[in-house]
Design a protein around this ligand. Sequence first.
Ligand SMILES: [Fe+2]
Length: 166
Amino acid sequence: MNKTIKLLEPILQWVESHRAPEYWPQMPQMVNELVEKHRIIEQLDINDIPHLQETYTRNAIEIDRLKPFEMVLTRWNKDDFSVIHGHPAFLIYYPLSGSYDMDFYDIGKNGQVQFTHRKILQAKDYIFHLGNIGKYDNCIHQIFAREPAVTLHIYSEDAKLGLKYA
Ligand SMILES: [Fe+2]
């Protein structure tokens, strides 16, 4: 994992010094530029990233340094999927490899989650969301990994605060 953390250092540095909400709108494009400039996709070694056989594995990186932000490198097995879940106010989901189906949901009038649409994502097809600070139902979605792969996640707070839906 040390090799991978070193590879991500330019992103870590930028996020560390631009955590204030005024920088959030420019962060997704900056992360994308850093991924390209430092050839992170080309140099990423999936075998350097810890993973479990039975489910996807979240590896939080430099936790104390980035607080309250959180950066997570997730390693997916083929057919791993998340539950339907929400997020803190700001997030970037950046696929570094693989292929994913991402289903998006709204909260309906009855208070239940309702499917709205599906996006198919591959490496570099990053998504981001600027939502409400202090709420944890931002960008409600569910992810299905179609092949073994790695995603980079950046959140404005501990992602585990995000609400989970059955
Ligand atoms: Fe998510």
